[in-house]
Design a protein around this ligand. Structure first.
Ligand code: SF4
Ligand code: SF4
Length: 420
């Protein structure tokens, strides 16, 4: 076994060994709630990780398959009274197991091909869009189609980062670097445009570097730390050439990546890169957070719209960024009636939603039921991945409820009929 693997396994085992097996994490785990299997809870996964060295030589592929039954929602970490770094332990263990099994070679090559180079990502997305136009007949307003049980988000051109034209912002206002993320750039470009325009109206100057790409999370969840490191370094080289006071994203998962995950590779960065990664982590926030800070719309007369709106908090917003209030305060300020829903994972969890579609759908059905129970007209979220999953669920159920990104509803105020 290589030194790297031994170090990875030791670190993961140390994290897992803090667990005292109290079982409190079971109550919040969306996968465990579906299956009732101990091995699907954080406690069960940690028990596997405690003996990771043995598993690296005995059954790496089987153990990896068991650890992959997880949306990485972070609910267990947020709940754990012992403060076990569950998700960090899962990611380290996945990395070690993937190396040991050399199983994910094909998937890894595919992910690197699709996401490591932003120009190649754009070319592939454009080709996919052409195929979609030929094969899938969808209305202009339809943003997700269903291929059997799988949601297929509609690639929308022109892509946000290619198309964005900077607008004049207030002199002396915050210099905002907008990090779009893959889904907003390629599927929901109007969310990027909307956020840029709300921020500009609130007095910021918005910069959208065209060369930006994937935040790197798909590599990390696949155990490919090298590709993740390269994604971080590439963005640091880009950001180093720009002047900014804030980094803003319209995606809770990207915000989590830039704030909490990029700094984890600091030991492999130069000193200058380390300073920059810290500055990004300190200043990055969700678009809604900066809008609240800037007092966006505070001066506008408050008028009730009669629209009943509920909010789905993305897991990374709720558990990793502890950020749930600002979207609600902006929606209230826009005059909408907030109806709270019981929170929980939507079931997407990145590639988990594809590789474990049955489990993902089961978790999603619970989310759908909680949305429907509110009687809301619109469900709002601040994660494009959650949007795609919820849209597919609502569509599958022929629901009258619409899902919108927080930016959309703030930028295009709706009335009680749901029209602008
Ligand atoms: S809540 Fe924490 S300590 Fe308790 S079983 Fe889960 S991971 Fe272990
Ligand atoms: S991260 Fe979420 S899905 Fe994974 S074990 Fe923890 S609670 Fe369950």
């Amino acid at each position: 076994m290589s030194i790297d693997l031994v170090l990875l396994a030791t670190a993961a085992e140390e994290m897992a060994s803090v667990c005292n097996r109290c079982g409190l994490c079971q109550a919040v785990c969306p996968v465990y709630k579906q299956t009732g299997l101990e091995g699907d809870s954080a406690r069960g996964k940690l028990a596997l990780i405690v003996a990771l060295h043995d598993r690296l030589t005995d059954d790496p592929s089987e153990t990896l398959a068991r650890l992959n039954r997880c949306t990485l929602c972070g609910g267990c970490k947020a709940t754990c009274p012992r403060g076990v770094a569950t998700v960090d332990a899962f990611l380290l263990a996945r990395q070690a197991l993937a190396e040991a099994a050399r199983l994910s070679k094909g998937k890894r090559a595919l992910l690197r091909k699709a996401f490591a180079d932003p120009r190649r990502t754009a070319t592939l997305a454009a080709r996919f869009a052409a195929v979609q136009r030929r094969l899938i007949s969808s209305s202009d307003t339809e943003r997700v189609t269903l291929a059997g049980r799988y949601p297929v988000p509609k690639i929308t051109q022109p892509f946000f980062t290619e198309h964005y034209t900077p607008k004049e912002g207030a002199v002396g206002g915050p210099e905002v670097l907008l990090f779009a993320g893959c889904l907003v750039d390629k599927v929901y470009p109007f969310v990027g445009e909307g956020l840029a325009s709300l921020l500009t109206d609130a007095g910021a100057r918005v910069h959208v570097p065209k060369e930006q790409g994937c935040c790197g999370i798909p590599f990390l969840t696949d155990g490919d730390e090298e590709a993740f490191l390269q994604a971080v370094k590439r963005h640091l080289a880009l950001f180093a050439t720009l002047s900014f006071s804030h980094v803003v994203t319209p995606c809770a998962t990207c915000t989590h990546a830039l704030k909490n995950l990029w700094p984890k590779v600091k030991p492999q960065l130069t000193e200058a890169e380390g300073v920059l990664v810290d500055r990004i982590a300190e200043t990055v926030c969700d678009g809604g957070d900066l809008l609240v800070q800037l007092g966006s719309r505070e001066s506008e007369p408050f008028q009730e719209t009669g629209l009943r709106v509920t909010v789905h908090d993305p897991c990374h917003g709720r558990h990793s960024l502890h950020n749930t209030e600002n979207t609600r305060s902006l929606l209230k300020r826009a005059g909408h009636t907030l109806v709270e829903m019981e929170q929980g994972c939507c079931g997407l969890g990145g590639s988990f939603g594809v590789t474990h579609r049955g489990l993902s759908l089961g978790i999603g059905e619970g989310c759908l039921a909680r949305i429907e129970a509110t009687g809301a007209d619109v469900v709002v979220t601040s994660c494009p991945g959650c949007m795609a999953q919820i849209e597919a669920l609502l569509k599958g159920a022929n629901s009258r409820i619409r899902v919108l990104h927080a930016v959309e509803i703030l930028e295009n105020p709706l009335d009680s009929s749901g029209g602008s």
